[in-house]
Ligand binder design. Structure first.
Ligand code: G4P
Length: 284
């Protein structure tokens, strides 16, 4: 499969805007989906943000396999990237995010203090692919009562700093990175989690990818959800999809059955899962 350049015009504009905003922040919060920590990263992130300090925030960790999330945090750390996992819908993460940002920027902040500069809040921007949870996290982190801090020089007109804590401010406009991939599996992982919802991927291909994956890594979840027998696990992926199609009462409409399977997985009906594995082969 050829490399897909997502909306090249939009991507170039988004990157330009992001580059402008980078000048006014101390740190970048790069959001990745905890179910696809690799596939939801834009591989050019490092080039785009250059040497700006950077924290990886794994969103939707409530949907991901906790063991894999813990492994991913270790793996990011091994690459020199601090990382944390959040569930933006449930827990408040302001304190943790502020504390970890302070520790990443400790040298810079110490330097400023030694020069006699006044203590000031850390300024951050969230970046990530569409749907990764940038707005949700921003809303979580921002203290709604005193959200707006006002215009600041250097920030694109109309943009605002939002107050998260007395020590952390966030740019109100998240940076958008488009997903980019040159292998089919990354695309399928993005499609399965709902990160991309267009018709670029045939749903039966995504469903077959899902069946293969769940059979290998979460067979019990698959078995319990669809009441599969031992013999069903001997079927090929295609035959298993056809069996499920019948079971769903959809005769031979395997495309509709594929959509149903994908929706079940997106809605966590088969439980928590992580598609990009850290054990052995990293998929997608
Ligand atoms: P974006 O700004 O990066 O484009 O993403 P946004 O915050 O709009 O979030 C995209 C979807 O992901 C939303 O769901 C949001 O609720 C969900 N989401 C974000 N963070 C988390 C998280 O930590 N855990 C879970 N479980 N979901 C998260 P939606 O389907 O668009 O709306 P809804 O489900 O809230 O109705």
């Amino acid at each position: 499969m050829a490399t897909i350049q997502w909306f090249p015009g939009h991507m170039a504009k988004a990157i330009r805007q992001l580059e402008e905003n980078l000048h006014v922040v101390d740190i970048v919060f790069e959001l990745v989906d905890a179910r696809i920590p690799q596939s939801s990263r834009n591989p050019e992130i490092e080039r785009i943000i250059k040497d700006k300090p950077h924290l990886v925030i794994m969103t939707k960790s409530d949907l991901a396999d906790p063991e894999q999330t813990a492994n991913w945090i270790k793996q990011f750390k091994r690459q020199g990237l601090p990382a944390i996992a959040v569930d933006s819908k449930a827990n408040i993460t302001t304190k943790t995010v502020t504390r970890i940002s302070q520790s990443i920027l400790a040298d810079k902040l110490d330097n400023e203090q030694q020069k006699g500069l006044k203590e000031r809040p850390i300024r951050a921007i969230t970046v990530g692919i569409p749907n990764v949870g940038k707005s949700t996290l921003l809303n979580r982190l921002v203290n709604k009562r005193a959200a707006q801090v006002g215009d600041r020089p250097g920030v694109t007109k109309g943009q605002q700093w939002l107050r998260s804590s007395s020590k952390l401010q966030l740019l109100d406009t998240p940076g958008i990175l488009w997903p980019k991939f040159d292998d089919e599996e990354t695309g399928q992982a993005l499609a399965l989690t709902g990160a991309i919802k267009d018709q670029r991927f045939a749903s039966d291909d995504v469903a077959l990818y899902a069946l293969k994956f769940f059979r290998q890594y979460y067979p019990k979840a698959l078995q319990e959800r669809y009441k599969l027998t031992e013999n069903d696990f001997d079927l090929s992926d295609v035959d298993l999809l056809l069996k499920l199609t019948k079971q769903f009462g959809m005769k031979d409409d395997y495309e509709r059955a594929s959509d149903r399977l994908i929706l079940d997985i997106r809605k966590s009906k088969l439980g928590r899962y992580t598609l990009n594995r850290t054990d052995g082969e990293v998929r997608g």
